[in-house]
Design a protein around this ligand. Structure first.
Ligand SMILES: Nc1ncnc2c1ncn2[C@@H]1O[C@H](COP(=O)(O)OP(=O)(O)OP(=O)(O)O)[C@@H](O)[C@H]1O
Ligand SMILES: [Mg+2]
Length: 341
């Protein structure tokens, strides 16, 4: 519901820079996933947006309004994190309705809204329990309901699903996304789960060592990372170093057609699932399988080609064995061009 703008944000703790000139704009109603290694400054950034801590430099705007000096309770931004702080002396119903009660909303309206959330969060039957009588997943859902019921302008989620089992996590992810869309709440989700980020977010911001290294739609973050450090962050991948001359990419494992201008030094990246295992007559590379890992929905292979190890992931398993020769097709027109770090 609010456009969030972060401009030249800096933050240090005890002389150590944690956020270094962060610029980020999240459009009204947009769902942004914030990803980055542990200690890269994700929680610090969310805490600053919520108003829990002040930034050292830079400005925060919600809908063009300067928030820097607006206290936490007036920002209309709510934070839900792993540490679920429910009121221990209040029941589930009282916890969820708390925000509406202090806003002096009528009893009947509160009841209607709470019932909707009890239903959505599958908490019916638990409304009269106290927090100590709930499981971790139930507590997390109460915390989410309590945050969402006040229809905040900005929702800040700091790994809220990480302690939940996979089934509950998936259903809560979908639920949050649905309600976020319905209420058009501008949302930032911090997660270590790359699949969660890729599947839920409109855009992903990659924060490494206090700097936003890339901010783009999930497909581009995954397929067209701007640097090796961003590419590596999304798992094993293939790099090919070489040069481009007269429409050919010349690299250690061969020469391949590309529609690109000449470049004396270039690193191209292909993800494991972008490499297609095929018949000999359709292929442009031959290699030998050195490892096969069965993962249920897909099979990963390590293949050696002229001394270079290539990662290949395939959904249609042809039951290749270790030591077997395979043919595959590398399409360097689909590759990402990476800056050298
Ligand atoms: N209050 C504080 N005092 C001193 N240092 C702090 C404080 N809060 C955070 N830091 C430091 O700032 C850095 C970034 O911390 P932050 O919690 O933002 O990381 P994060 O990206 O959320 O990591 P994680 O993925 O592990 O949650 C860390 O080096 C941390 O030790
Ligand atoms: Mg954190």
């Amino acid at each position: 519901m609010a456009k969030v703008q972060l401009i030249r944000i800096k933050k240090s703790f005890g002389g150590k820079t944690v956020l270094n000139d962060v610029n980020l704009t999240i459009n009204e109603g947009e769902f942004v996933a914030l990803l980055g290694p542990s200690g890269s400054g994700k929680t610090t950034l969310l805490h600053g947006i919520a108003g829990i801590i002040p930034f050292d430099e830079g400005n925060i705007y919600f809908d063009g309004q300067l928030m820097d000096f607006v206290p936490i309770e007036k920002r209309n931004a709510v934070l839900v994190d792993q540490n679920i702080l429910l009121f221990p002396h209040m029941t589930v119903y009282e916890n969820i309705s708390f925000g509406l009660k202090i806003r002096k909303i009528g009893k009947k309206e509160i009841k209607n809204k709470v019932e909707k959330f009890l239903d959505m969060m599958e908490l019916y039957g638990h409304e009269n329990k106290y927090p100590h009588e709930l499981s971790g997943g139930q507590k997390q859902r109460v915390a989410l309901a309590r945050a969402l019921i006040v229809e905040p302008k900005v929702l800040l989620l700091d790994e809220p699903f990480s302690k939940l089992d996979i089934v509950l996590r998936k259903s809560l992810q979908e639920f949050i996304r649905e309600i976020q869309r319905k209420l058009n709440i501008t949302t930032i989700l911090v997660t270590h789960d790359k699949e969660e980020a890729l599947s839920l977010a409109d855009r992903i911001a990659v924060l490494i060592e206090g700097e936003i290294k890339q901010y783009d739609i999930p497909k581009n973050i995954y397929e067209k990372p701007v640097s090796i450090e961003v590419a590596d962050f999304f798992g094993k991948t293939n790099y090919f170093k070489g040069k481009i001359k007269n429409g050919n990419f010349i690299t250690d494992i061969g020469t391949f057609n590309v529609n690109s201008p000449d470049k004396s030094k270039v690193t191209l990246m292909l993800r494991p699932e972008q490499i297609i295992i095929c018949d000999e007559n359709e292929s442009n590379v031959k290699g030998k399988i050195i490892k096969r890992t069965y993962l249920g929905d897909k099979v990963n292979y390590l293949i050696v080609v002229k001394g270079q190890v290539i990662y290949v992931s395939t959904f249609t398993d042809k039951n290749f064995n270790v030591d077997e020769d395979v043919y595959f097709y590398l399409d360097f027109n689909k590759a990402a061009y990476l800056e050298e770090d």
